[in-house]
Design a protein around this ligand. Structure first.
Ligand code: FMN
Length: 302
């Protein structure tokens, strides 16, 4: 059998393989170039770029700094670069999308409407379909780059939010951002996190993330980019089976920087073992008994 094809498409962007590094894990890529072989993976998603410095979540990520200092480095990386942006209101989202788009450095933009760590505005746009629509429809006309809406799992009907983004021209949705969690110190009687609530990521969330990804994949026709707790190479295959076109590796990369590459290799081996010629044959190929696992919130389930 010839080499199985690992290429996937996210809107107009072709990725050489479906494995990406998630936002917030390797900064702007260059910092980790010696640890992660970027030429072996599909691409990276940058740390979320905001309009203004953000107190309490250092270091500040400001669009001007990004464009001056980070953008020139990003354009030298040997993989696709997806720039993550987040505004405090719709106007800021628009400014960020216009700025990043004009810089010419991004192959796609991930619209982070789901950050749980930045107070009420972070989550509001992805917990309400109307507000998700407001952001996505405002930014859609401002760029020709593929737009990926990053969703929060902290909602009851995530399929509806994904559908809202799709209806406003999103080229893909990515999920999950972190689950809201908290840690308590019983000795001091105080919360352990300065922010009281924080974002839970890593292996604990994988079953939850798989379920959300499965739900969204049933609700929309655009590509779904799945993530949450990918720790072993085979986890990437699981996310593709439930309907992901591409996957993102997050927290586990801190312990194992070669994990993204291992995911690519495992994916290729899996396709060979299954005698499949393309990763496209694996997307959503989970064998579910008829009538089982259908989630009623999604359009396709109705
Ligand atoms: C240290 C850290 C920083 C993160 N920063 C961002 C960020 O800037 N923007 C974003 O959209 N997601 C951010 N995330 C969320 C991840 O991109 C990912 O959605 C989440 O951690 C789930 O994947 P994982 O379990 O593989 O880590 C961050 C996660 C971690 C652990």
């Amino acid at each position: 059998m010839t080499h199985p094809s690992l290429e996937v498409r996210i809107g107009s962007l072709t990725l050489r393989n479906p494995v990406l590094v998630a936002s917030g894990i390797i900064g702007y890529g260059a910092e980790y170039e010696r640890l992660v072989d970027l030429s072996a993976i599909g691409g990276i998603v940058t740390k979320t770029v905001t309009r203004r410095p953000r107190a309490g979540n250092p270091p500040p990520r400001v669009v001007e700094t990004f464009l001056e200092i980070k953008a020139p480095i990003l354009s030298t990386l040997p993989c696709a670069v997806i720039v993550s942006v987040e505004g405090e209101d719709v106007r800021e989202f628009c400014e960020l999308v216009e700025g990043i788009s004009a810089s010419g450095v991004a192959h796609a933009i991930e619209v982070n409407i789901s950050c749980p760590n930045v107070g009420p505005h972070g989550l509001k746009y992805s917990t309400d379909a109307g507000m998700a629509r407001e952001v996505m429809s405002a930014i859609r006309p401002l760029t020709r780059l593929p737009l990926i809406a990053k969703l929060t799992p902290n909602v009851t009907r995530i399929g509806e939010i994904a559908e809202a983004c799709e209806s406003c021209g999103a080229d893909a949705v990515s999920l999950v951002n972190t689950f809201i969690g908290m840690a308590v110190d019983s000795v001091t009687g105080k919360p352990i996190l300065g922010t009281v609530l924080g974002g839970l990521s890593g292996p604990a969330i994988k079953p939850l993330a798989l379920a959300k990804t499965w739900e969204v994949a049933q609700a929309v026709d655009i590509p779904v980019i799945g993530m949450g707790g990918i720790t072993h190479a085979r986890d990437a295959v699981e996310f593709i089976l439930v309907g992901s076109t591409a996957v993102q590796v997050g927290t586990a990369l801190f312990a194992n920087p070669s994990l993204p590459e291992a995911c690519v290799n495992e994916l290729e081996s899996h396709l060979r073992r299954s005698e499949l010629s393309s990763v496209a044959d694996l997307i959503g190929a989970l064998e579910v008994p008829p009538g089982r696992g259908v989630i009623r919130a999604g359009r396709r389930a109705s």
